[in-house]
Design a binder for this molecule. Structure first.
Ligand code: ZN
Ligand code: ZN
Length: 143
């Protein structure tokens, strides 16, 4: 039995997610929210965004992944696999929708913040606290 809720749409595959052609025409590098979707076998739903890849200029559809650049969520181009870090403050809305804490705006600040919580000689591990990790993403990943 798959996931069911009032807030999302079930689709057979990622390719089956409908995006209005008008929306596709107006897509820029700034991601715009398409909706919450669930796929076969998923135990939760994820939010999908359309965006234009700054490298290959194709329009892609993806959900936010964690993490890159010391704490940023990112989207990935479906065509060339380019990673698009979700910088703040430009993408604050996405972090809010994902119920994620806002990362610090610069790489330098984020690195410093992470150093504070990691042992001096140990590897850099980004620990995700129970409260900061959205339930649906966690249940999705534990499949
Ligand atoms: Zn749902
Ligand atoms: Zn691309």
């Amino acid at each position: 039995m798959g996931h069911e809720c009032d807030g999302c749409t079930f689709v057979a595959s990622r390719e089956a997610i409908y995006v209005d052609p008008e929306v596709v025409r107006n897509t820029t590098v700034k991601p715009s929210f398409v909706g919450f979707f669930t796929l076969p076998g998923w135990t939760g739903h994820l939010s999908f965004y359309v965006f234009k890849c700054p490298d290959c200029e194709m329009v892609s559809l993806d959900y936010p992944h964690g993490y890159t650049d010391f704490g940023l969520l990112y989207l990935k181009c479906n065509v060339c696999n380019r990673v698009l870090p979700l910088e703040v403050p430009q993408n604050e809305e996405i972090y809010r929708k994902e119920e994620m804490p806002l990362p610090l705006p610069t790489l330098r600040e984020r690195k410093r913040e992470i150093k504070k919580i990691t042992p001096k000689d140990g590897p850099i591990v980004i620990a995700i606290g129970e409260t900061s990790w959205p339930k649906r993403l966690r249940s999705f990943l534990s499949l």
